[in-house]
Design a protein around this ligand. Structure first.
Ligand code: CDT
Length: 329
């Protein structure tokens, strides 16, 4: 449906989006200082006329899953027990006072009655400074025990539970907005579940090391993987995608940049040019999703769910004809 302007004319739904690639956050940085960096991004974005700013995954802290920690107090120091909190309230105040929304990734400590739980979380805050949607990361990469073969650890499975909120899509900023976090972008299932909810704008924050801890994978290849998965997700699900990095050398560990804004065509229309703090701005017409949603990717007309059952029957492959052939010889 297109929105009228009261005079019978349809208006395009153009959102000006700021993708706020952040520089590194060091272990020694305190929350108040990180929040003021985020507010600087919001101010610059407001000056450029943005409606919405997208921040990275775990934007308030260093990427702490790279370390093995045994002290629960130390671990909890990276988590937010409430959102907003005294330290993060200025972000919400800025949003309300300046009529600008944001997406924010952070570590969530949830005390919901059945014990304390920990999630890698993102939220969408509207122009009134209200949280309108929450997502808890589903694809947690890495491992739960330290791995001596690795040059750096990736202990997300140790510090976070698998998200329990599915992949929500909410109506905000005049469109259907969904969220994912970092490793989720590598999985087509993420985008398809959002696509099944008619998503028009998909917001993704990430922290991706420039090198792989177990291989000598080329950094350019890793950038390519980040892009190709988001571009495919955008095109195949007729959605804008905003992918935003925390970049630079964080506590001696290089994180890649590559922040970009991708149209429903799959084309990158704006991108960061450095591995440092940068605000990437683009005008995103949500109505541009309609053509693909109505034609090439008209799901109702063309999808064949009767042939897709094995995708949800098990996590791993359900058969391996080559192994079966070799086993029978
Ligand atoms: N934060 C995050 O999900 N990072 C992962 C790195 C995986 S390496 C074990 C990513 O997919 O970018």
């Amino acid at each position: 449906m297109r929105h009228g302007n009261g005079r019978g004319l349809a208006m395009a739904r153009v959102l000006r989006i700021g993708a706020a690639q952040m520089g590194p956050v060091q272990r020694s940085d305190i929350r108040e200082d990180v929040v003021s960096v985020l507010i600087d991004h919001l101010s610059r974005a407001k000056a450029e006329g943005c409606d919405l700013v997208v921040f990275p995954e775990l934007a308030l802290t260093t990427f702490f899953p790279r370390w093995l920690m045994h002290d629960d107090v130390e671990v909890d120091s990276y988590f937010e027990a409430s959102m907003p909190s005294a330290e993060t309230q200025p972000l919400f105040d800025f949003a309300r006072e300046n009529q600008i929304g944001f997406y924010l990734g952070y570590a969530e400590r949830a005390d919901e009655g059945a014990g304390v739980r920990h999630f890698n979380t993102s939220i969408i805050v509207n122009k009134s400074g209200e949280i309108v949607s929450k997502y808890r990361k589903i694809h947690l990469p890495g491992h739960s025990e330290p791995d001596p073969r690795r040059t750096h650890q990736h202990l997300e499975k140790r510090y976070f539970e698998v998200g329990d909120l599915g992949f929500p899509v909410c109506y905000a900023f005049d469109g259907n907005v969904g969220m994912a976090l970092c490793n989720d972008r590598r999985w087509p299932e993420t985008f398809r579940v959002l696509g099944m909810q008619s998503v028009e704008l998909t917001l993704i924050g990430y922290n991706t090391p420039t090198t792989d801890a177990l291989s000598d994978e080329d950094p350019d290849l890793r950038r390519f993987h980040s892009r190709v998965t988001m571009q495919a997700g955008a095109y195949q699900n007729s959605t804008w995608v905003v992918g935003v990095a925390k970049a630079g050398v964080e506590d001696d560990h290089p994180l890649m940049g590559g922040t970009c804004i991708i149209a429903p065509t799959g084309a990158v229309i704006a991108e960061a040019s450095t591995d440092d703090a940068e605000l990437v701005v683009a005008d995103c017409d949500l109505d541009q999703c309609d053509f693909y949603k109505n034609h090439m990717f008209n799901f109702a007309a063309h999808r064949r769910p009767e042939a897709y059952g094995m995708i949800v029957e098990s996590a791993g492959p359900i058969c391996d004809p080559k192994s079966e052939f070799e086993g029978s010889r």
